[in-house]
Design a protein around this ligand. Structure first.
Ligand code: SAM
Length: 322
C-alpha cells in the first residue's frame, strides 16, 4: 500500500459524517434520491452528493441510478443507534475522532493531550457534557460488549457471595445482569456523580433497583468496604500504570480481609495486549499483558488466584488480598 492510501483521512471522515447525519436510516426509510436525503439529513445537497459518491467508490452504499442511493451490506452496519454510536460526531464518536488530532502531542510528551482539543481532560469533559457522557455510557453498555454475569471462574464460588461492588461500573449494565441472575446478591455501583445519576433506569429496567446502592465518588478515594466481590471492568486500561495500580490498591484495601477482586484484564497469560492507541490519546491509558497485570496486582497487595475466560472471550483474573 502506498503512503497516500495509508494516510488519506478523507474516507474515515466521510464515514463519520454520513453516520452523524443518519444517512443509512434515511435511505432505509425510503429517501433514496439525493435531494430527499439532503433534506432529511439537514445537509447541503451538492456536498452530501459528493461525499456519498466518494463512499460509493470505496464500497460503502451503492448508486443504482444517478443521484439515487441504496444500502449495501457494509452500509447496513450504519443502521440504528448502536451501529453509529462510535461514529457520531455529535456524540462520543466526535470526541474519539477529534482526539486523534492530539496524537502528535501525546507522542511527544508521553501524556494524553485531549485537553488541547476540548479544554479539559476526557473524564472532566464528560462530566461537563451530559449528552456526550450519555452516548459514552451507551457505547460502554450492553451494545458494546454484552455483559456476562459469570464473572467468577468457578460457578460454585457464587454461593459465598452476598455483596458485589462494581468499581467504575458505568451506568450499571454488568451489575444489573449479576443481580438479575443472583437474587440473593446485593450490589453497590461506584462511579462518578454524573454516571451514577444515569444508572437508575438500568436497574429499574432489570427489576433489581431495590438491591442496589449507588455511590458517587472517585475510585482513587477509599472504596465502600465489606464487599465479597469487587469488579473492575474496562477500567484499568483507561489509566497509566501509577493510577491503575492506585485503583487496584483501593480495591485491595476495601476487599480485606476476605473479599475478592475480579478484573477484566484484556489479555490472558502468554497473549499480547492490544496496543490500544485510542486509550493513549483519549486518557493516557494502555493495554497490558497478563504478566504486566500480575505484577501490578502484586504491587497493589493482590495475588492472582484464578484466571478464566468469559463466553465473550474476555479474560478475567480473580485476585485475593495478600
Ligand atoms: C471505560 S468505562 C467502563 C465502565 C464499565 N465498567 C464498563 O465496563 O462498561 C470507565 C468508567 O470509569 C469511570 N471513571 C472515570 N474516572 C473515575 C474516577 N476517578 N472515579 C470513579 N469512576 C471513574 C467512568 O465514569 C466510566 O464509567
Amino acid at each position: 500500500m502506498d503512503l497516500w492510501t495509508l494516510s488519506d483521512l478523507c474516507t474515515p471522515w466521510c464515514v463519520h459524517v454520513v453516520a452523524t447525519l443518519r444517512v443509512a436510516d434515511h435511505i432505509a426509510a425510503g429517501k433514496a434520491e439525493i435531494g430527499q436525503l439532503a433534506a432529511a439529513s439537514g445537509a447541503d445537497r451538492d456536498s452530501l452528493h459528493r461525499v456519498l459518491r466518494h463512499l460509493v467508490s470505496k464500497g460503502l452504499f451503492v448508486e443504482p441510478a444517478p443521484g439515487r442511493f441504496a444500502l449495501n451490506e457494509t452500509a447496513q452496519g450504519l443502521l440504528g443507534e448502536s451501529g453509529r454510536l462510535g461514529l457520531d460526531l455529535d456524540g462520543i464518536g466526535g470526541r474519539m475522532a477529534h482526539s486523534w488530532g492530539t496524537l502528535l502531542s501525546a507522542v511527544r510528551s508521553g501524556k494524553p493531550a485531549f485537553h488541547e482539543a476540548f479544554g479539559r481532560g476526557f473524564w472532566e469533559d464528560l462530566e461537563a457534557h451530559p449528552a456526550i457522557a450519555a452516548s459514552f455510557d451507551a457505547l460502554m453498555g450492553p451494545g458494546h460488549g454484552v455483559p456476562d454475569w459469570r464473572v467468577l471462574v468457578d460457578a460454585a464460588d457464587w454461593e459465598s457471595v452476598r455483596t458485589v461492588v462494581d468499581v467504575g461500573g458505568g451506568t450499571g449494565a454488568l451489575l444489573a445482569e449479576i443481580l438479575r441472575a443472583r437474587p440473593e446478591v446485593r450490589g453497590t455501583l461506584v462511579d462518578l456523580a454524573g454516571t451514577v445519576a444515569r444508572s437508575g433506569e438500568v436497574f429499574q429496567a432489570a427489576g433489581v433497583a431495590d438491591r442496589v446502592a449507588t455511590v458517587a465518588q472517585s475510585f482513587f478515594d477509599p472504596l465502600p468496604g465489606g464487599g465479597d466481590l469487587y469488579v473492575l471492568k474496562n477500567v484499568l486500561s483507561d489509566w497509566p500504570d501509577g493510577e491503575a495500580t492506585a485503583i487496584l490498591r483501593r480495591c485491595a484495601e476495601a476487599a480485606r480481609p476476605s473479599g475478592r477482586v475480579v478484573v477484566f484484564t484484556g489479555a490472558g497469560p502468554g497473549e499480547e495486549a492490544s496496543p490500544e492507541l485510542l486509550m493513549m490519546v483519549l486518557v493516557g491509558g494502555r493495554g497490558r499483558t497478563f504478566e504486566e497485570f500480575r505484577e501490578m496486582a502484586s504491587m497493589a497487595g493482590l495475588e492472582v488466584t484464578a484466571v478464566g475466560r468469559q463466553a465473550s472471550g474476555r479474560v478475567i483474573a480473580e485476585c485475593r488480598t495478600v
